[in-house]
Design a protein around this ligand. Structure first.
Ligand code: TPP
Ligand code: SF4
Ligand code: MG
Length: 290
């Protein structure tokens, strides 16, 4: 794999309104700078909305449409079709949505877009909760994590979005994060060259919602991979699984203990999480025929 390069075209600019050190802002920088200026973005309500800045200012040098929470995928697909109808086939249309806007309220639109293999790039910025509105749980929030709407810890497991979308047999799905920038840029470049529905899920640790120091986003991103919580992999045509970076057998506790949202955990709960993570990692390896 090639070493990552920062594109010279600066599409995402300094002066955005994210929390200092935000992983989502760093991910956006690499996504937008890699895709380039020949693009249109679709941003539903999420931390990316205020991050862009108040009208008439913008931290992004591409046109952005702020759509409703549930319609990112279908809005992007409609824009792409309109460009095609006008003979402008080369414009990249990007949906940039949070996990609440993807795993929960936007899932119906995304499913329909995937069924029709609409020609868009869909980025899910997964910070495992509704962070923009004060850290409520989403169906991406992991089991036992504290949120303001699960004060005793969430009782159900995190939904597996990649497997749901793989069942739609879309051409490309990938997971990545800013702890592995070469992986992130490689996958965006690969998705950019393809056609049809391409989905990239980025784990974006949230300083405020997870509760860790603002200079730790890269460490948290890497620990999520090294402990097996969030392996980095690709699924092509719903069938071909490739693992790029995965568990290094590091105990889950190394990841959990650094986050305020897990500080109430008992020993049994940590063991339960470890068991689920181990099962998920074994399952993924089977899917990748390893
Ligand atoms: C239909 C609808 N319901 C609720 C809201 C309020 N709302 C705005 S942003 C947001 C949370 C978004 O969470 P997520 O998609 O995970 O993005 P994040 O804030 O974590 O980046 C909510 C609930 C809304 N704008 N529209
Ligand atoms: S609340 Fe979290 S995701 Fe939102 S801007 Fe702050 S650190 Fe980033
Ligand atoms: Mg979120």
């Amino acid at each position: 794999m090639k070493h990552y390069e920062i594109a010279e075209e600066r599409v995402f600019l300094p002066g955005h309104a994210a929390c200092p050190g935000c992983a989502m802002a760093l991910a956006l920088r690499y996504i937008l700078n890699t895709v380039g200026l020949n693009a249109v973005g679709v941003i539903p309500p999420s931390c990316m909305g205020p991050m862009m800045g108040a009208n008439p200012y913008s931290s992004m040098r591409i046109p952005i449409i702020h759509n409703s929470f549930e319609s990112s995928a279908s809005t992007a697909a409609g824009i792409k079709r309109a460009f095609k109808a006008r003979g402008k086939d080369d414009v990249h249309v990007l949906a940039l949505a949070g996990d609440g806007g993807t795993y929960d309220i936007g899932l119906q639109a995304l499913s329909s877009v995937a069924e029709h293999n609409e020609d868009i790039m869909y980025f899910c910025m997964d910070n495992e909760g509704y962070m923009n509105t004060g850290t409520q749980k989403s169906s991406s929030t992991p089991r036992h994590a504290y949120t303001t709407s699960t004060p005793g810890g969430k009782e159900s497991r995190k939904k597996n979005l990649v497997e749901i979308m793989a069942a739609h047999r879309v051409p490309y799905i990938a997971t990545t994060n800013i702890g592995y920038l070469d992986d992130l840029v490689y996958k965006i470049k690969k998705a950019k060259k393809m056609q049809g529905t391409r989905i990239v899920v980025l784990l974006t640790p949230c300083i405020d919602g997870w509760g860790f120091p603002g200079n730790d986003v890269a460490t948290m991103s890497r620990l999520a991979v090294q402990t097996g919580v969030f392996p980095l992999y690709e699924v092509e045509d719903g069938e071909k699984y490739t693992i790029n970076h995965g568990s290094q057998g590091m105990p889950i506790e190394n990841y959990l203990k650094r986050q305020r949202r897990y500080r109430h955990l008992s020993k049994d709960q940590i063991e339960e999480i470890q068991k689920e993570v181990d099962q998920g990692w074994q399952r993924l390896q089977k899917l990748a025929n390893l």
